[in-house]
Design a binder for this molecule. Structure first.
Ligand SMILES: Cc1ncc(COP(=O)(O)O)c(C=O)c1O
Length: 370
């Protein structure tokens, strides 16, 4: 991400002004116009719906694309998937701070002890409020205290499992209640600020029906709403950010029903859950919660996103995919030759059985994919 400047200069000299025929292979090719459109669509939708926006940088890991993800105005909220991602964002965070834009980076992985020294360096350089962490177990709060020690209280998000089953506590579970109690205690002790609750609907990648990601978005908000109310029952009036998203669910907010024209010119059937989500947003806002959406694959998109049909063809087709890999083809394998058609059937089978036994797996003839 923070490419050493001389290397960047060398790459510029080598690549700027060249055609795709001149660049070395393999190369990742980004279509800037498409990335820009994908980023603008997300910024526009969150702004129109009065949602906070948090951009995940994991897909491209570049400062250039991070700038497109956060746009030109407003607070800057980012997510990195590794400590290195977080560290590499430091120059950009400082740049935004110097132009009076509040900037915060969330480590999008539950906090672990060995991350603390490097995160302390980031926090001491970027200042109070610049770094947030995810917590899904009370034991991690010891690392939060170590991170905050002598510096500043650390904003934490409680990680909630919205059905993906990879990390987080299940809403309404005893573990969830214990986590809330521990987080509120850490807040009282001055080490942490219980900033929000966070889920990531990674299981939405398995969806295949147009706009069905809207159902999972409703589940995300519904799950977080329950947890938020539990927190408020323990700490009345507590400020909280409810942060939801994976690219399929986050981009579902681009549904034309949510536009000012109410979808009349969008040419899209609105799934019933689009209305549910609209009502959820209104209710949660009325209760004083701040609502945030996060995503990371959407700037480039890929075939997997296309397969989810999270948005219809008015908003996502193969043409919206902004990333490709330029590779040199060394060999175009022919299909395996047919079995000798002149042999009698029985003999054919024996030959093929013998072949199977004697052929090591890696040398098996490949079937050509359609
Ligand atoms: C914790 C977390 N949040 C957000 C995201 C971004 O979601 P997506 O990759 O679907 O854009 C990821 C992706 O891995 C993640 O792990």
């Amino acid at each position: 991400m923070a490419l050493d400047p001389t290397r960047k200069q060398r790459l510029r000299a080598q690549l700027v002004g060249k055609t795709l025929h001149d660049v070395p292979t393999p190369s990742v090719v980004l279509d800037l116009a498409k990335v820009t459109t994908n980023c603008e669509r997300m910024l526009e939708a969150t702004k129109r719906l009065g949602l906070l926006w948090r951009a995940h940088v994991k897909t491209h890991k570049t400062l250039e694309l991070t700038r497109l993800q956060v746009g030109d105005t407003g607070p800057v909220s980012l997510i990195g998937s590794t400590v290195t991602d977080v560290e590499n964002l430091l120059p950009l965070v400082k740049e935004y701070q110097s132009s009076n834009r509040r900037a915060n980076v969330l480590l999008g992985f539950p906090l672990f002890p060995s991350a603390v020294p490097r995160l302390r360096t980031f926090l001491s350089q970027a200042g109070p409020g610049s770094l947030s962490v995810l917590i899904d177990n009370p034991a991690q709060l010891a690392s939060v205290s170590a991170l905050a020690f002598g510096l500043s209280p650390v904003p934490i998000f409680l990680k909630i499992d919205a059905g993906y089953g990879r990390a987080g506590v299940v809403p309404s579970s005893p573990a969830c209640a214990e986590l809330i109690d521990a987080a509120l205690a850490a807040e009282t002790s001055g080490d942490a600020i219980l900033h929000g609750i966070y889920c990531h609907a990674g299981h939405s990648y398995a969806l295949r029906e147009t706009w069905s990601a809207m159902d999972y978005l409703a589940d995300e908000f519904g799950g977080l709403a329950g947890v938020a109310k539990l927190i408020r029952s323990k700490s009345p009036g507590h400020d909280l950010v409810l942060s939801v998203g994976a690219t399929p669910t986050a981009t579902a907010i681009q549904h034309p029903l949510f536009s000012s024209s109410g979808g009349k010119d969008g040419g899209t059937d609105a799934p019933a859950t689009a209305t549910t989500v609209q009502n959820q947003l209104a209710e949660l806002k009325a209760e004083g919660f701040q609502l945030e959406v996060h995503a990371g694959v959407y700037p480039t998109l890929d075939l997997q996103q296309l397969a989810t049909h999270a948005r219809d063809a008015s908003l996502m087709t193969a043409d919206d995919i902004a990333i490709s890999v330029l590779a040199e083809v060394a060999s175009g394998m022919s299909p395996p030759p047919p079995l000798n058609p002149t042999l009698p059937t029985q003999q054919k089978q024996e030959t093929s059985t013998k072949k199977k036994k004697s052929t090591p797996p890696e040398a098996k003839p490949q079937q050509q994919k359609p």
